[in-house]
Design a protein around this ligand. Sequence first.
Ligand code: TRP
Length: 336
Amino acid sequence: MTENNKRDIVCSGIRPTGNLHLGNYFGALRNFVKLQEQYDCYFFVADYHSLTTHPTPDNLYLNARQILIQYLAAGLDPERSTIYFQSDLPQTAELYLFFNMNAYLGELERVTSFKDKVRQNPNNVNAGLLTYPTLMAADILIHKATRVPVGKDQEQHLEMTRTYAQRFNSMYGSEVFPLPQAVGSEGGLVKIPALNGSGKMGKSEGEASTIFLTDEPSVIRKKIMKAKSDSGPTEMNQRKPEEIENLFSLLRAVSKPETVEYFEDLYNRCQIRYGDLKKQLAEDMVAFVEPLRQRILEVGADEQGLRRIIDRGKEKARASADRTLHEVRHVIGYRD
Ligand code: TRP
């Protein structure tokens, strides 16, 4: 292949902090599945990153495995993409060590996500947390990825990835690393709100406000019927308060456009009954999530198939990582 028609390389990962939810699906997974049609993709489960919060061995293993299963159930295809556990690629840890030699305390301390973590957990400010951005840079640059599908909250980390790539290149007078850019967050991502009226859907908003891809129909119905609403509009065409806008956002994500229009119209004429909206939303949500949940169960039950996919992913990821590290070690001055 010539330089010109070389495909962009995509790399991204999700930290295994629990089951994936609708926010992960619309904010990341669905985008990953699309990207694999166009690019050479590396998708991993970030099970080194999860050590910053000191999981037990069982939790570490089971959570990481569950994310891999959910990747596959959502449509990531091991024939097209390289799908692997970050911890199956110790080459990442070596590159992380190299980047850490040129990462400065001041710049790491200024990272927004680090400052948030320090505020939330003042008793667990470990070096892994501080150097989260250099590990993320290593994840991406170990494959020389050029495109990284991440949401807005990861922009700063990606900016630092470019900093470390650039710094390494100029330090060694080389062009080893590309400067990766975000992909897919240009308005293409659907924002999924929490069910409690404010904020994004996610673990921090609590289980009851979050719909997991593994939730059974009865659980989904219950969560949606309890979602926050209000006593209804009092004026025609009134602006929607946040919790109501949120219900509509969820409707837009999983229901037919006609259904959304139908409820919009009722809202604008002050004739909406939120019980009806929620019932419809619950049914459409169940219809959306249930096939995914079934796939998760199927994929998870095929232990041998899973093993094969994990081994194959590891092998492909290592081949790519070894190429990069060989070059990196050489420019640094190791002669092996
Ligand atoms: N920091 C990302 C998150 O919290 C997860 C992640 C780790 C990642 N390494 C990455 C994403 C490399 C993209 C590329 O969501």
